[in-house]
Design a protein around this ligand. Structure first.
Ligand code: NAD
Length: 375
């Protein structure tokens, strides 16, 4: 397999593209052949001519490109598998826990479907980890959006007319997005507080020059993969109480607290929102998995009765598509090269490889992934 089709995203809100010309050039040098649907890179600032200069052929439509495609890459799940060649490999986000019918369609069309979100988050697969590459950009954007909407500046300023104190930013949940949010807020001059239930995070927060908020929740910890363990309802209540005072004092709050495979905990409820100053900006980055903030919305701004502004916090990486596409393309480049056989000069589906085993959902007309077999 070496003939790759790069699709144009069909959803209006999607601004990214799955592969950029630099990576196509490198992969072409190895023996891959590329076809790109015209306009695929436009929203990321990439013209068709740049793809052509990198060695790709441009086609007018996806339908045309699918005809001889052996590997199909795109970001979002496809509407259907229509036109895809039997035996071909399709690489994209698939939302496999919620898209059982699509998984069955991939199986019945005999298309091998790789789910980008299922690539194991191991050290070896770090270069292919789309979640990390995209959410770190989202953490950066969250701070910029909040800063642009806040009526107060972030840095301290000493002027003859008076002194402006730095803004206070509170980051709840310090994983990939939270760390980038802390770093960004610090660079803009804010005073930053942060909290996470994983004890190892305290050191990381301090090393970025932020203050770690101490809340004693008793037994906490993390899974072997580095994810937070789910708190008991009593612990969540304790956390809400413990962090309420910091929320009241903050000008910007960014929440990123997620628990892998479960609904996100509601960490800021109406009673605390009611006690916050009008004009406080809250960005709920956990909104797609249930939300950390009561009343938050994935795609629109919400203003509470007392004037707290809750900004949408989902898919913020789409606001910086040029770099988000670069990172995503780097992830896909790493995937394609990992399974490239130097002798045959072909991409190989090696099922014995832990990475492939983790993310390949369908093969030979069946759903083969253990977690989705029952679909
Ligand atoms: P995530 O998106 O699942 O969660 C975000 C953060 O929310 C985490 O730091 C989590 O501890 C925190 N959280 C959960 N419940 C909370 C609560 N009640 N209050 C406050 N915070 C809460 O996680 P993520 O950002 O994708 O990654 C988390 C960690 O996983 C990383 O820091 C890293 O250690 C590990 N990781 C490893 C790899 C790898 O090895 N390739 C890749 C990515 C992440």
């Amino acid at each position: 397999m070496k003939k790759v089709l790069v699709c144009k995203e069909t959803i209006e809100a999607e601004t990214r593209v799955a592969l950029i010309p630099d990576d196509i050039k490198r992969l072409t040098g190895m023996g891959f052949e590329f076809t790109v649907v015209s306009g695929a890179g436009l929203k990321s600032g990439i013209a068709d001519s740049e793809y052509e200069a990198a060695g790709a052929k441009i086609v007018k439509s996806e339908e045309e490109g699918l005809k001889d495609a052996e590997i199909i890459v795109r970001i979002l799940k496809p509407a259907s598998t229509k036109g895809m060649n039997p035996g071909s490999l399709h690489l994209s986000y698939l939302d496999p826990f919620n898209e059982k019918a699509l998984l069955r369609e991939f199986a019945s069309s005999n298309v091998q479907a790789v789910s980008l979100e299922m690539i194991p988050r191991t050290t070896l697969a770090q270069k292919m980890d789309v979640q990390s590459s995209q959410t770190s950009l989202a953490g950066y954007v969250a701070v910029l959006n909040a800063a642009a909407r806040q009526t107060k500046i972030l840095p301290m300023m000493v002027t003859p007319a008076g002194t402006i104190n730095p803004a206070r930013v509170f980051i709840i949940g310090v994983g990939v997005a939270g760390l980038q949010a802390i770093a960004t807020a610090k660079r803009l001059g804010a005073r930053v507080d942060a909290f996470d239930t994983r004890p190892v995070v305290e050191e990381q927060v301090k090393s970025l020059g932020a203050n770690f908020v101490k809340i004693d929740l008793g037994e906490m910890g993390q899974t072997e993969q580095g994810y937070a363990k789910e708190l008991t309802p009593e612990q969540v209540e304790k956390q809400r109480e413990g962090q309420a005072k910091v929320c009241e004092k903050s000008d910007i709050i960014i929440t990123t607290a997620k628990v892998f495979g479960r609904k996100a905990p509601v960490l800021i409820k109406k009673d605390v929102l009611d006690r916050m100053r009008p004009g406080t900006i809250v960005v709920d980055m956990a909104v797609s998995t249930g939300g950390n903030v009561e009343g938050s919305s994935p795609d629109r701004e919400v203003v509470t009765d007392n004037g707290v502004i809750i900004l949408p916090g989902d898919m913020l990486e789409r606001q910086v598509p040029r770099d988000a596409s670069k990172m995503l393309s780097g992830n896909i480049y790493a995937f394609l090269t990992h399974f490239y056989n130097k002798e045959s000069k072909e991409f190989e589906v090696r099922l014995e490889d832990e990475i492939m085993k983790g993310c390949l959902i369908t093969k030979d007309g069946a759903i083969i992934h253990e977690r989705f077999k029952e679909a």
